[in-house]
Ligand binder design. Sequence first.
Ligand SMILES: [Zn+2]
Length: 208
Amino acid sequence: MNRLEVLGWWFHEEAPDAYPRPQLLVSPCNEKERNDAVAYLRAGHTVVAYEASSHCRFACGEPDMGHRDLTDGTFVWPDGLAHYVEHHDVRLPSHFVAHVHARGAKVAPFELPAPRRGLFDKAPWLAWSRAQGACLDLTGWEIPTPEDARSIARELPAVAYEAIVLCRGDTREVVLRLAAGSLVVHQLRPDGHVPRRLAGWHDWPIAT
Ligand SMILES: [Zn+2]
């Protein structure tokens, strides 16, 4: 069974994961290649529609980032991906650029696959974006379960935070999101430990 190769799935600030941050994929590109990619991405056919719409990770104020996944029968991407390429110079894998070029930037007729488990293959996208240095190193970190979060909250010193976003058992550290998106890494029962403050996820180490 053919699978669809994922493009343009991004890091979630509220639930940090292995997906890339598009801010780390910005690079100037050839104008024709960019226009062709944008036209091609806009011409995909809807394979799944979601209720919630997406938002631009550059917080540029674009009101409509779409709520569908589009496909050409080979790749699958969110309909907001064209916006990242067009307005933020986000680059895409060269084998996709070559795929678009080989088709004259036009989506050829294809049979729309029925949504099914395992239809989307995200492994190539994860491997490519990690090789581009666009993913964060979250080794050892986990998203706390609601029970974990409740037990961590009881142990935390009196600090104001919006959410407990990550935790790790080996070092007993937790990442808290503060107001305005800044982060702080706290060690539970600190014994003189000084919390590490980060202005945001852009300060987090990159996966290599
Ligand atoms: Zn934007």
